[in-house]
Design a protein around this ligand. Structure first.
Ligand SMILES: [Zn+2]
Length: 323
């Protein structure tokens, strides 16, 4: 068997899988992401996850022909490292990935991607149609996209081509983004920012609502749960759908995808409440072809599958370019 490895490095969990030449997963291992003391501890945990997955597949790490890694950012792709990740403690400044994984498997066939790019590589590889023009959009603790245009996975300067969560969708700049700038998509629609946005709207216009606003537990899930019954929650969700549709319309005009696959916890937990309003609004916003808006086929596995697909296809997700 030709063996390939895929790794999903997330803020809370690391998952490593071993797959065969068809991209079928034959073994996997999941562990918690260490929160210190330094970045090298995360590197070690990634290497250990690969070793454990190899054990489960009954192979040695050196039997792995190629590996792909999908990770949170920001990253220095040329160096193969994650630099100063925002979602881990400050003591974690640099996480070397590409070099140590090359050493472990004894192969230089190791590719590193941000998680959204890994997502689009996975969607592309495993898709029946295998379109050259497609987008994977994640709506999770952040908003981001992986983009394939003309069969190329867009990377951009320092790998920042798909940072669509920082598209300005509200020129009034009602909300300030975690990056410090006003009016960015993610400031309204990410899982963490949805309750902040609702709270801010409520301060502007303190109408009666059943939502547990101003409590510790108030979360995005409350908005989705109360919408339809509570007038204010319905209003907030309608606004969120409005911003999502503007963001997706901008993506459509920039990249002309045939299909936009949507993943991330916010979309996975509320697929119809997130996707249907986007579909309904695009007609009035888009001047060119309107793509299919689909939920990712792979749920929480999309990044690790994309990392595996990257290993199989030299980082392209194109089944005709198998290594
Ligand atoms: Zn921003």
């Amino acid at each position: 068997m030709g063996a390939y490895a895929g790794v999903d490095l997330g803020a809370t969990h690391i998952r490593a899988v071993i797959g065969d030449e068809t991209g079928s997963i034959v073994a996997s291992h999941k562990t918690e992401t260490p929160r210190g003391p330094a970045g090298i501890a995360v590197t070690e945990a990634v290497l250990d996850a690969i070793r454990q997955a190899c054990d489960a597949a009954d192979i040695a790490p050196t039997d792995v022909l190629a590996a792909g890694i999908g990770s949170f950012g920001p990253m220095d792709l040329a160096e193969g490292v994650v630099e100063n990740p925002a979602n881990l403690p400050d003591t974690i400044d640099r996480i070397p990935l590409t070099g140590p994984v090359e050493n472990l498997i004894g192969s230089e066939q190791v590719s590193l991607h941000n998680d959204a790019n890994a997502g689009v590589i996975g969607e592309r590889f495993y898709s029946d149609r295998n379109p050259d023009d497609m987008v994977y959009l994640t709506i999770s603790s952040g908003v981001g996209a992986g983009v394939a245009v003309d069969g190329n996975i867009l990377s951009g300067w320092d790998g920042n081509a798909g940072e669509v969560g920082h598209l300005t969708i509200d020129p009034q700049g009602f909300m300030t983004c975690g990056c410090g700038h006003d009016g960015h998509w993610e400031a309204y629609c990410s899982g963490e920012n949805i309750p902040r946005y609702a709270t801010q709207l409520h301060r502007e216009d303190p109408v009666e609502t059943a939502l547990p606003i101003e409590t510790e537990e108030f979360s995005a899930a409350d908005i989705f749960e109360y919408a339809g019954e509570d007038e204010f929650a319905s209003h907030v969700l309608d606004q969120i759908c409005h911003w999502n549709a503007i963001g997706v319309a901008n993506i459509v005009h920039a990249y002309a995808p045939l299909v936009v696959y949507v993943g991330g916890a916010v979309a996975l937990h509320n697929p119809e409440k997130v996707l249907e309003p986007i579909r309904n609004r695009l007609d009035d916003m888009v001047m060119s072809n309107i793509p299919d808006i689909q939920l990712t086929q792979f749920g929480d596995d999309v990044v690790v599958r994309g990392a595996l697909a990257s290993a199989l296809t030299g980082g392209t997700g194109d089944p005709s370019q198998r290594v």
